[in-house]
Design a binder for this molecule. Structure first.
Ligand code: THU
Length: 130
């Protein structure tokens, strides 16, 4: 799948987002090393802190299906700025693939591609534990 296709797939997930509180839908599409693709959207909750982001939704779908090797994730948002992953999502992705690529898109479907390591300098991961 091309970067463009992965980003477009992330945009299809905006309609699945459950965002009655923030009204800020986010879609994600995560591709693993073997080419498998898992989608996600943000799912909010009346207990606000229980909301799950689109990226972690996609990641947890992948891991729970036995895919622990994310290679790329596309994130689609409707903001003017690119939809950058929040800190918790960066941390969760870093656990499995510090060198993965992150594609962040804005409402015009323009996107930038960055390395997760760029978003998580000096990140804390499995290798940090003793
Ligand atoms: N959100 C995501 O799904 N991903 C991000 O990277 C940023 C934030 C969600 C969480 C919440 O449902 C809404 O966007 C507003 O913060």
């Amino acid at each position: 799948m091309t970067d463009r296709e992965l980003v477009d797939l992330a945009f299809t997930m905006l309609e699945r987002a459950y965002v009655p509180y923030s009204k800020f839908p986010v879609g994600a599409a995560l591709e693993t090393a073997d080419g498998s693709v898992f989608t996600g959207c943000n799912v909010e909750n009346a207990a606000y802190g229980s909301a799950i982001c689109a990226e972690r939704c996609a990641l947890l779908k992948a891991v729970s299906e036995g895919h622990r090797d994310p290679a790329r994730i596309a994130i689609a948002g409707m903001g003017e700025d690119y939809c950058w992953p929040c800190g918790a999502c960066r941390q969760m992705l870093y656990e499995f693939a510090p060198d993965m690529e992150v594609l962040c898109a804005n409402r015009d479907r323009n996107f930038v591609k960055v390395a997760l390591r760029e978003l998580m300098p000096h990140g804390f991961g499995p290798a940090s534990l003793y």
